[in-house]
Design a protein around this ligand. Structure first.
Ligand SMILES: C=CC1=C(C)c2cc3[nH]c(cc4nc(cc5[nH]c(cc1n2)c(C)c5CCC(=O)O)C(CCC(=O)O)=C4C)c(C)c3C=C
Ligand SMILES: [Fe+2]
Length: 413
């Protein structure tokens, strides 16, 4: 009983915590652990991709404005029965400590598995968020912002509750698959008995260096996806993406933070692939090869939404995805889309279980994702080819300062 309480609090010795948390298999790992300090770079200096490092500390958590990484793991945890605010604070301290070390290219603080030995951090980022239910579990409902209220139902939703929501959310990104998996294992071990995995999804993007120069990503429908994202150089970027200092004092812990909407969107690729190129381009309103608007120019040219074709119809159709999702059509609503593609095998009928782990960031979902998705739900030409299968909304606190853990301002403030 005493052991289990201490495990929940995360106060047992480092090796003990890992061994107990993992049971027999975990015990074996403790014996095979890589030395607990120093860099993971044994075997020589990493290459330039491996050596690239993204700071864990900062005003905002990493993994929001960080360029898309090649590999991603997205997962949610629920606090274990009996775990509350104290256990959550201890867990966030452990997770932040591990993330701080791994993103710097060091070994995990506890029982490193050796999976990333020889690699540098490879642009590893670890991003933490809190779901709506976290605040009941920790007795902090008075400090839960309204922005975290559950998303409305959309008519096209086909959501699986078991793969939705969750008390805690973790996003891992890296340009190296082993580095990403290494982080996933370390964080799962840190959770011990304080939190249990609820769901996990794995994604990918184009590898850095695959194109001659950096280009906007393509999704599994083959479209150039991400062109009209808000840019950090734009004057209103911070106001749109990050919570500003104008919130009431009880929500001040979120200043500098952001809200992540996470949707597993299945693509009905066999149906999509049966469309002609011209039909596919009408669905989005942009060309497939370059991502340029159908009204001409190149990828970065603004679409001429009023342009009428020889047939008397708008050149960019009235139900084209890029038309109806544009801020100008949604009272200025904007979000930063930062997705991963996924492929989880082939269904019995031969259809790929593949699509987009759609992740978007905004200062307030009621002025970002929600109005845009409402509009898309009513008449997006893309709807016929996609299916929203899971959903989550998470408050992602600001970045940790030196010596601080993510969420400390909420959990100890
Ligand atoms: C509610 C928000 C959105 C969902 C859900 C969504 C799903 C989704 N989108 C694509 C492909 C593309 N989307 C593009 C643009 C675009 N999409 C959204 C929002 C959602 N998309 C916005 C706000 C925008 C930008 C609109 C603008 O300002 O012009 C594009 C065009 C290129 C680009 O700007 O990125 C593509 C392609 C898929 C495949 C998908 C679900 C699987
Ligand atoms: Fe889109």
């Amino acid at each position: 009983m005493e052991i289990s309480r201490r495990r929940l609090l995360g106060t047992v010795g480092a090796a003990g915590a890992a061994g107990l948390a993992l049971g027999a298999a975990g015990g074996a790992l403790v014996h095979s652990e890589v030395s607990g300090s120093g860099t993971a770079g044994s075997g020589g200096a990493p290459g330039s991709l491996g050596a690239t490092r993204v700071d864990f500390q900062g005003d905002h958590q990493a993994g929001i404005t960080t360029p898309l990484q090649a590999k991603g793991h997205v997962l949610a945890f629920d606090l274990a029965p009996g775990a509350g605010r104290t256990e959550a604070a201890a867990l966030m301290r452990r997770w932040s400590d591990t993330a701080r070390r791994l993103t710097a290219g060091e070994t995990a603080p506890v029982a490193d598995t050796g999976i990333a030995l020889g690699s540098g951090p490879s642009s590893l980022t670890v991003t933490f968020g809190f779901g709506h239910s976290f605040f009941e579990r920790t007795g902090l409902t008075a400090r839960r912002p309204a922005a975290l209220d559950p998303l409305p139902d959309f008519s096209a939703d086909r959501l699986d509750a078991r793969r939705s929501n969750g008390d805690l959310w973790v996003q891992i990104g890296s340009d190296d698959a082993l580095v990403a998996f290494h982080a996933l294992r370390a964080l799962q071990k840190d959770a011990g008995e304080a939190a249990r995995p609820r769901w996990q999804m794995n994604g990918f993007n184009r590898s850095p260096g695959a194109t001659a120069s950096p280009m906007t990503a393509r999704n599994l429908m083959g479209q150039v996806d991400g062109t009209n994202n808000p840019k950090p150089t734009e004057a209103d970027f911070d106001r749109r993406i990050f919570v500003q200092g104008t919130v009431p004092p009880e929500h001040a812990w979120m200043v500098g933070g952001s809200y992540a909407v996470v949707r597993r969107i299945r693509m009905l690729l066999d149906h999509w692939d049966q469309q002609s190129l011209a039909q596919q381009e009408q669905v989005i309103g942009r060309t497939k090869a370059t991502g340029a608007p159908l009204t001409g120019g190149d990828e970065t040219t603004a679409p001429a939404l009023d342009k009428i074709g020889a047939d008397g119809k708008p050149v960019i159709p009235s139900n084209a995805h890029a038309r109806i999702s544009a801020p100008a059509q949604n009272g200025g609503a904007a979000m930063l889309r930062r997705p991963f593609s996924f492929h989880d095998g082939i269904d019995a009928d031969g259809a790929p279980d593949a699509g987009l782990l759609f992740i978007c960031w905004q200062a307030d979902p009621s002025r970002g994702f929600v109005p845009v998705q409402r509009k898309l739900d009513r008449g997006d030409a893309l709807s016929e080819f996609i299916r929203h299968e899971s959903s989550g909304l998470y408050a992602v606190p600001p970045g940790a300062r030196a010596g601080e853990y993510v969420g400390q301002r909420l959990l100890e403030g």
